[in-house]
Design a protein around this ligand. Structure first.
Ligand code: TPP
Length: 643
């Protein structure tokens, strides 16, 4: 191959770069970085994390023999180099596109993707299971978990470390330490890892110092005692037992994570071990792309941007700068700041998602009432329950998909004790670009059965603010004690809806259109624009429909809804969530139980996992855009009239 010819397009599998020299490997690393930056600048994606593990991924694939040896990527957001080196270069331009390459490991996509990930802190557990399974079957393959220092703040990782130490199988845990979660990493563990790095620096300094002192005889003679005492004092400061070793692991590191040859040497040694081992690798998030190196937090996950100008570039069309309509997250952010200034009891908790959930303004204004607990959703919920038990008004801002893992903490620590924790569930509904692992489609089904729970779904920014205020108000007959979930999508909020300015009434929704139509469309707030569009389409075809914004998905004023259902020929429940266990099922059951006269028809997400796409595409594919809703209703309504 000519030395100017790119290497990456010729790589179909790891064997294809096993024989390259280090000069060529560094060239390969540069090509990978360029491909990642260029593709992510068009499609969006996780940029900084991927740029940080290019050399590490190359070294892993040269030393280990995937897919016989299995690499489990924690979160999986850093798997782009792995995908490029395992036969997916040619389809890399489809990254995160509907029907295209996933931004996370997918076993269905390639046998090199040993285990599907998307949520943090699962890799060590999964890798240990893969390894134990391999050994039970008599196989000799190795298993490697690659986990970031951020993901290592999640409790599941410790459960797995403890079990791995007990089993003693030769699990390899690569700790990719870049001092960052999405924001700078937090917590005692992060400090501990820094101490380990200092210890390594001290040891290397000590070796150099000893060698130098021995070369200078007069120093050796005159200051020997003093030096010895100094060394002991320094050692006492830096040397502590190693946490991983205490758990039963070998510990290697910290080692420089951007030097392919050195990484390979260490990994070759590690490969020979027959015990579990932690390899502590120091990398730089955003490595090789100046903007991302300087500000890795902002470049963690990005939408399209200009490579030369970075994120700060304003997207411009011939009509002038493109302005994005404000999202529900921004409405929540403003409303929360407002509540925080009026009520000193309002405290805010995030599990490592300060920016994504819009908490930075609150943190800046009220740092003492803001807690980032790390990627630790279970702890976030129980910690908030503790605060609530002391009369504070905690708000846990969390993505719908991530609260799934704190189910028991919501039930056992919060609802059971009627503690007034507010859960701001962002990304509830379809989530663009990240695929199955990040859809927020289960929260209604999961939390609706929980006693003492309130679930609210705003249709507008004003309604969101009103719901937040209601949830934080003093408990009384209008707002009984207990947890409140407010679910909203990652979507722009619509223009204010006058009817939604009406004060909240426990268990009741609000009519947005009420003209005695034969049909009523009752919907969860996030679908307001789609339902409005559907109603207009139906009207143009001679089918009039009233519109009812449910507001409360739980508890329900059953008398009120049952009475309403008796006034219509057909009641349609439309929700941005799973049909199974969803609000529609409840409405249908209520209609049956109360012998309501209306026929009930439900629309929502059928029982499948929802794959990649933009929210608008996913709404359309699931028949929940205006056209799809109107078509389903027309069909159901006409059938109902015929029979
Ligand atoms: C359970 C869960 N909570 C939150 C997230 C969102 N999230 C994705 S990556 C990330 C930071 C991960 O940090 P680290 O493991 O250090 O990897 P890095 O991006 O620094 O390489 C977070 C919080 C998630 N994926 N899963």
């Amino acid at each position: 191959m000519h030395e100017d010819e790119p290497l990456l397009p010729h790589i179909q599998e790891p064997m294809d770069f096993r024989n390259l020299g280090y000069v060529e490997l560094n060239r390969l690393a540069a090509e990978i970085r360029q491909t990642i930056v260029s593709t992510v600048s068009k499609n969006g994606g996780h940029l900084a994390s991927n740029l940080g593990v290019v050399e590490l991924t190359i070294a892993l694939h040269r030393v280990f023999n995937s897919p016989q040896d299995k690499i489990v990527w924690d979160v999986g957001h850093q798997c782009y180099t792995h995908k490029l080196l395992t036969g997916r270069y040619s389809i890399f331009p489809t990254l995160r596109q509907c029907g295209g390459l996933s931004g996370f490991p997918k076993h269905a996509e390639s046998p090199h993707d040993a285990f599907d990930t998307g949520h943090a802190s699962t890799s060590i557990s999964a890798a240990l299971g893969l390894l134990a399974g391999e050994r039970i079957k008599g196989g000799r393959g190795r298993v490697i978990a690659v986990i970031g220092d951020g993901a290592l703040t999640g409790g599941l990782a410790y459960e797995a470390l403890s079990h791995a130490g007990q089993l003693g199988l030769p699990l390899v845990v690569i700790l990719n330490d870049n001092k960052m979660s999405i924001s700078p990493n937090v917590g005692g563990l992060s400090k501990y890892l820094s101490r380990l790095s200092m210890k390594a620096r001290y040891q290397s300094f000590r070796r150099k110092f000893d060698a130098m002192a021995q070369r200078l005889p007069f120093i050796g003679d005159i200051f020997f005692d003093a030096v010895l005492r100094l060394k002991r004092a320094v050692k006492a400061v830096f040397y502590t037992d190693n946490f991983f070793v205490d758990l039963g692991f070998e510990y290697v590191g910290p080692i420089e994570g951007h030097h392919i040859q050195r990484l390979e040497q260490v990994l070759q040694d590690v490969r020979k071990l027959d015990r579990p081992v932690v390899v502590h690798v120091i990398t730089r998030k955003g490595k090789g792309y100046g903007f991302a190196e300087k500000d890795p937090g902002s470049y963690h996950g990005v939408s399209s941007f200009s490579v030369s100008a970075g994120l700060s570039s304003e997207r411009v069309t011939t009509d002038g700068p493109v302005r994005r309509s404000p999202f529900f997250t921004e409405a929540f952010s403003r409303a929360l700041l407002d509540e925080g200034s009026q009520n000193e009891r309002v405290t805010v908790i995030t599990a490592a998602m300060e920016q994504g959930t819009g908490l930075s303004p609150f943190k800046a204004a009220f740092p003492n009432r803001f807690f980032d607990v790390g990627i630790a959703e279970e702890h976030a919920v129980t910690f908030a329950a503790g605060l609530a038990s002391q009369g504070l008004r905690p708000v846990v801002a969390i993505y719908s998909t991530f609260i799934q893992r704190a189910m028991d903490q919501v039930i056992h620590d919060t609802a059971l004790q009627r503690l007034s924790v507010t859960f701001a569930l962002d990304r509830a509904g379809f989530v663009s670009d990240d695929g199955e692992t990040h859809q927020g489609l289960f929260d209604i089904s999961l939390f609706r059965p929980i006693p003492n729970m309130t679930i609210l779904a705003p249709a507008s920014a004003g309604e969101l603010a009103c719901m937040l205020h209601w949830s934080l108000s003093v408990a009384g007959p209008a707002r009984p004690d207990g947890p409140v979930m407010i679910r909203y999508p990652k979507a722009a909020y619509p223009q204010e809806i006058p009817a939604c300015a009406a004060p909240l009434e426990q268990g009741r929704g609000v009519f947005i259109r009420q003209a005695g139509a034969p049909l009523c469309l009752a919907f969860t707030g996030s679908l307001y624009p789609e339902v409005l569009d559907a109603a207009d389409r139906l009207a143009s075809q001679g089918i009039a429909a009233d519109l009812y914004n449910l507001r409360f998905l739980k508890p329900l004023d059953e008398d009120y809804l049952a009475d309403s259902m008796n006034r219509y020929e057909m009641m349609v429940f439309i929700e941005e969530g799973s049909l199974a266990g969803g609000f529609g099922e409840y409405g249908a059951e209520l209609a049956l139980r109360r012998r309501c006269t209306a026929r009930v028809f439900t629309l929502g997400v059928p029982g499948t996992f929802v794959s990649l796409g933009k929210r608008e595409e996913l709404l359309r594919l699931n028949g929940l855009d205006g056209e799809g809703i109107a078509a389903s209703i027309r069909c159901a309504y006409n059938q109902a009239i015929l029979c």
